[in-house]
Design a binder for this molecule. Structure first.
Ligand code: AMP
Ligand code: FE
Ligand code: FE
Ligand code: ZN
Length: 295
C-alpha cells in the first residue's frame, strides 16, 4: 500500500484548497528558498501547494518542513524540460519517486547540459558585453538547476538590461546569436519517465503563444501515461486553450490551474490560478512514487 493512502480510501479528507501546484524556488530559477516560497503561497491563502523546480527535486525536504510548520499540504513535484522539434515543452511531474534511476539519469543529463549551455552562452555574450562566468555564479544558488533566468539576472546586475523580461526579449531570445540549445528529451520520453517513477504527468502551460503540440504527439504522450493539462495558466491563449479543454472533457483528463510563481523573477503571484479539490484528489490517488506531506 502506498504510504499516503488514506484508510477511508479518500484522499479528499486529508487536504483542502485553495491549491497552487506550480511554484519555483531558488533550487531552479525562482528567487526565494523553498521555505519562503511556501510562506508566500500561504500568505496568498494557498493551503495545498506543489514545489515544481525545473529538473530537480532538491528543494523537497525544505519545502516539506515549511509545509509542516505552516499547516499546509505539500505535493512534491518537478517541472521536467522536454523538447519537440524547436519547441520547448515543460512536463510537470507530481508525487514521483525522486530516486527512480531512469528519471534521475534524465534529469542529470539535462542539468549537465544546462551548465555547459549556460557557460557557452556566457562566453558568447561576453564577447559583446562585460560579463563573466563569476557574474552568473553570483546569481545562482549552489546546486541549483541553472537556466537563462540566471544569465538574465547577471545581465541585470551588470546594468545591461533592466529586468529578466528585457533579457529574454533580446540577448537571451532563441533567435539571438548568443542562444544555445540545451539537451532535453522528447516529450513522450519525459512523460514515460515521470509515469515510470510513479508520478503524475501534466503538461505545463500547454496553450502558449507557440500553439498546441501536434495532435499525434499529444496522443503518444497520452499513450505514455500523460494524465492531463495545466489549463489555468497566464500564458495559455485562445483558440488553443478551448481545443485542449474539449480534449480534457472528452477524454476525462485531469485539468489543473497554477501560478508558476518564480519569486521576484516573474510577475506571477501565488494563487492567481488554482486547481480544484477533486482534481488534486485525482492526482494524489493516481500517484504512487512519493507521498504528499499532509498537515
Ligand atoms: P531555459 O530553460 O534555461 O531556456 O529558460 C527558460 C525559463 O526562463 C523558463 O522556465 C521561464 O520560467 C523563464 N522565462 C522565460 N521567459 C521569461 C521572461 N520573459 N521573464 C522571466 N522569466 C522567463
Ligand atoms: Fe522557470
Ligand atoms: Fe515552464
Ligand atoms: Zn514553471
Amino acid at each position: 500500500m502506498a504510504p499516503h493512502t488514506d484508510p477511508s480510501g479518500s484522499s479528499g479528507a486529508r487536504f483542502h484548497g485553495p491549491s497552487d501546484l506550480h511554484l519555483h524556488s531558488d533550487h531552479s530559477d525562482g528567487t526565494e528558498p523553498p521555505a519562503r516560497v511556501m510562506a508566500a503561497a500561504h500568505a496568498a491563502g494557498i493551503r495545498t501547494a506543489a514545489l515544481t523546480d525545473h529538473d530537480t527535486t532538491s528543494g523537497w525536504a525544505e519545502a516539506a518542513d515549511a509545509a509542516a510548520s505552516l499547516g499546509m499540504t505539500l505535493l512534491p513535484g518537478m517541472e521536467l524540460s522536454a523538447r519537440h522539434d524547436w519547441r520547448s515543452v515543460h512536463v510537470l511531474g507530481y508525487l514521483l519517486d525522486p530516486d527512480d534511476l531512469v528519471l534521475r539519469a534524465m534529469t542529470d543529463r539535462i542539468r549537465r547540459s544546462r551548465l555547459t549551455r549556460a557557460r557557452t552562452m556566457a562566453d558568447r555574450i561576453g564577447r559583446d558585453y562585460e560579463l563573466s562566468w563569476e557574474d552568473i555564479e553570483k546569481q545562482t544558488t549552489a546546486g541549483a538547476t541553472v537556466g537563462r533566468p540566471h544569465l538574465a539576472d547577471a545581465l541585470v546586475a551588470k546594468g545591461h538590461v533592466v529586468d529578466r523580461s528585457e533579457a529574454f526579449a533580446g540577448i537571451l531570445h532563441p533567435r539571438s546569436p548568443y542562444y544555445v540549445e540545451l539537451y532535453a528529451p522528447d516529450p513522450v520520453e519525459a512523460v514515460a519517465a515521470i509515469t515510470g517513477a510513479g508520478g503524475v504527468a501534466i503538461v505545463a502551460h500547454p496553450a502558449g503563444r507557440a500553439g498546441l503540440l501536434p495532435a499525434r504527439v499529444i496522443d503518444r504522450m497520452l499513450g505514455a501515461g500523460l494524465a492531463g493539462f495545466e489549463l489555468g495558466h497566464r500564458e495559455n491563449v485562445e483558440p488553443a486553450l478551448s481545443t485542449l479543454r474539449e480534449l480534457v472533457d472528452r477524454r476525462g483528463l485531469i485539468a489543473t490551474g497554477s501560478s508558476d510563481y518564480h519569486g521576484l523573477g516573474k510577475p506571477n503571484v501565488p494563487g492567481e490560478y488554482t486547481t480544484s479539490d477533486d482534481m488534486v484528489a485525482r492526482i494524489i490517488d493516481r500517484a504512487h512514487g512519493s507521498a504528499p506531506v499532509f498537515p
